[in-house]
Design a protein around this ligand. Structure first.
Ligand code: HEM
Length: 159
């Protein structure tokens, strides 16, 4: 009799865990996923550096941007590798990664380039193209665009 009610007790405990415990574990998994940093969701420094590399590779020779003489002069003077290094560190840091951006402020770095709204939009189009090529998911693309967008007021000088 006692063994039987003990068996019932274990069965009940098992069912209770199956119903509630399992759901709690699932809830924790979901929470962990939503709390993962953008940096981790992008796959860390290696994929970020590859995306930035490809972005700078199409940005630097772009004819629309280089129609601006100040941008054209700067891109002939500044090595692309230098831009890749700094932009990678910046994206890594802004997405919650372990890097430390140590370059100049965005206003100081771009003020003399007289960047227009049209040039800003061109840069955004190129950035989106690279993210699509690398199959960066929609959510992460939006978050990256927000990071880039947060610098706009400091970068765009002319209407
Ligand atoms: C139309 C848009 C943009 C153009 C044409 C552009 C172009 C340039 C050029 C030519 C330089 C070199 C300036 C110099 O050393 O004299 C530069 C520097 C830099 N840019 Fe941009 N840029 C644009 C937007 C952005 C955005 C959106 C970011 C990041 C969110 C960014 C991050 C940087 C960084 C980190 C540097 C290096 C700063 C330093 O020298 O310490 N740029 N950019």
């Amino acid at each position: 009799m006692f063994t039987r009610s003990l068996n019932h007790f274990y069965a009940l405990a098992l069912i209770t865990f199956a119903l509630f415990g399992y759901h709690t574990v699932l809830a924790q998994d979901t929470t962990e996923q939503t709390q993962q940093s953008l940096y981790l969701r992008l796959g860390g420094l290696a994929p970020i550096s590859v995306v930035v590399n490809d972005f700078i590779d199409i940005l630097v020779p772009d004819a629309v941007l280089n129609a601006n003489p100040a941008i054209d002069a700067a891109r002939k003077r500044v090595p692309p590798a230098y831009l890749k290094y700094h932009v990678t560190a910046m994206v890594c840091q802004a997405s919650g990664g372990p890097c430390l951006y140590q370059g100049r402020g965005m206003k100081e770095a771009h003020i003399s380039l007289n960047i227009t709204e049209l040039e800003w939009n061109r840069m955004t189009t190129l950035f989106k193209e690279v993210l699509a090529q690398h199959k960066v998911p929609e959510k992460e693309t939006q978050e990256l665009l927000e990071i880039i967008g947060s610098t706009k007021a400091d970068i765009v000088a002319a209407p």
